[in-house]
Design a protein around this ligand. Sequence first.
Ligand code: HEC
Ligand code: HEC
Ligand code: HEC
Ligand code: HEC
Ligand code: HEC
Length: 184
Amino acid sequence: MTPVKKNISLSLIVIIFSFLLGCSHRMLTVFFDGVPEKNDSVKMVAKQTGNKSDSALLNELAANTAASKHPAHPPFALKKCGVCHDPNRPGNMIEPQPGLCYQCHDAYDGKFEHGPVVSGNCTKCHSPHNSENPKLLLRTGQALCFTCHESDRILATPEHEKIGESPCTTCHNPHGGNKRYFLN
Ligand code: HEC
Ligand code: HEC
Ligand code: HEC
Ligand code: HEC
Ligand code: HEC
């Protein structure tokens, strides 16, 4: 097999294996009557999956949060792959973004919305699983914005000439807002 094909097969195996785990997980589930110390993340995931999380998964999430500076996305850490992936069609999502993400997150609906937010490209900036960077970001600082915006053009305009290394988000909200150009 070519490395690429091998990678795809590995990914499929990972997906299928997790769905199998997901099914047997029902049997493992110990129902909680109240999660110790209000855990909003767990509640959010539990609400979405229609059942409460079992103690093993809760411990795993707690360990993940304690061990990592930038914890994994809770539905991923809790192995709730099925809140996003369609178990019948591995590789496909149960619905397109941004609806996929708005199952749990409040919709961004400012007067001016950023292009990739409207078009459902949340994962052009965020990993849905985990990241070395804060907020599950794929890149940090100006590099995140220069994935799509042309650096030469932006940095040459009068309002940007003197920004140096400041992250674009010092002045712009990455999702949108009520001011033109989503200025803070
Ligand atoms: C919050 C939604 C969400 C959850 C939960 C989630 N995924 Fe994903 N996953 C995605 C999206 C969206 C993509 C497509 C990535 C992209 O757009 O770049 C993806 C891509 C993948 C891929 C393709 C390779 C890659 O990393 O891009 C694999 C494999 C995968 N997911 C496995 C899993 C497994 C296993 C779980 C559960 C442990 C899981 N995912 C949980 C949303 C999710
Ligand atoms: C099943 C519920 C669920 C879905 C679906 C979901 N999330 Fe989340 N997400 C959470 C929870 C719970 C948290 C942690 C609590 C919080 O920060 O609000 C979180 C946190 C985040 C964070 C902040 C991480 C941090 O370190 O502060 C980002 C970014 C994020 N999610 C992006 C996404 C994107 C993008 C999608 C769609 C691809 C998505 N989420 C879909 C439940 C979900
Ligand atoms: C252009 C890149 C970009 C896109 C596209 C994007 N985000 Fe973000 N997002 C960011 C950045 C940057 C932050 C961190 C903001 C900060 O720390 O001030 C963030 C933060 C977040 C957070 C943490 C809480 C908050 O609001 O600060 C969540 C949740 C989130 N994004 C979800 C989403 C979802 C859902 C989508 C798609 C509808 C999306 N993002 C699209 C760049 C993006
Ligand atoms: C995934 C691609 C992508 C990324 C990453 C991205 N943008 Fe955008 N951005 C767009 C698109 C598409 C538009 C809408 C097209 C347009 O108006 O030029 C847009 C529009 C804008 C606008 C409004 C422009 C106008 O003329 O109204 C601003 C401001 C902006 N982006 C800032 C940012 C900042 C700041 C970041 C980093 C946090 C960023 N963008 C990252 C794709 C992206
Ligand atoms: C010091 C604050 C500041 C920083 C930092 C900043 N901007 Fe801006 N940006 C502005 C202002 C102010 C405007 C509005 C100019 C106007 O009203 O015409 C603007 C406008 C824009 C526009 C729309 C006009 C155009 O030229 O297309 C885009 C896109 C944009 N900024 C992207 C970025 C990106 C990408 C970064 C990071 C490299 C960034 N900005 C960093 C203040 C800032």
